[in-house]
Design a protein around this ligand. Sequence first.
Ligand code: SF4
Ligand code: SF4
Length: 165
Amino acid sequence: MLWNQPCPNGGRLVEIFRSLTRGSPGEPDLMRFETLSKDEAISAFRQHEHEGLCHTVWTFYTPFIAGICNCDRSDCLAMRSTVTHAVPVMFRAEYVAKIAPEECTGCRECMRLCSSAPITFSPSNKKTVIDQRWCYGCGICRSVCKKDAIHLEDRATSPIAAALW
Ligand code: SF4
Ligand code: SF4
């Protein structure tokens, strides 16, 4: 959470959150929240990627960014709703992933991390391939590819994914 962000209608996010949750049974202890520097936050994001946690950006009053969440489909209600039940409550990224077949060794590590399952393995040529119709463009799969075979490209340039959000 970007606690100290000024909000569009005044005040700071932390103050608004505090006023909304004060006295409720699940009131969080805000004193236990950590504040990260930019470098610490980026480092945490990289660590999350290796754990297969997908970054999602949450706007509470678009385009005001109130939070960047990191989770996977087993924990994220929004992701489950969108990916598993085809009830979209979040948009995809402006990118789609693509695997360079000449670089891919077929280790399948990327399949293990993807929360939306567009990656398949071909036993005939022992390579993986991404079906861009189901790719959310999170880029998490890249973090485990030792061959650097996965690249993100502009969604707009993909004939089958350009109009899919
Ligand atoms: S992690 Fe990289 S090398 Fe391994 S299957 Fe995926 S794309 Fe291929
Ligand atoms: S970029 Fe696409 S293929 Fe890679 S982990 Fe994200 S959704 Fe899966």
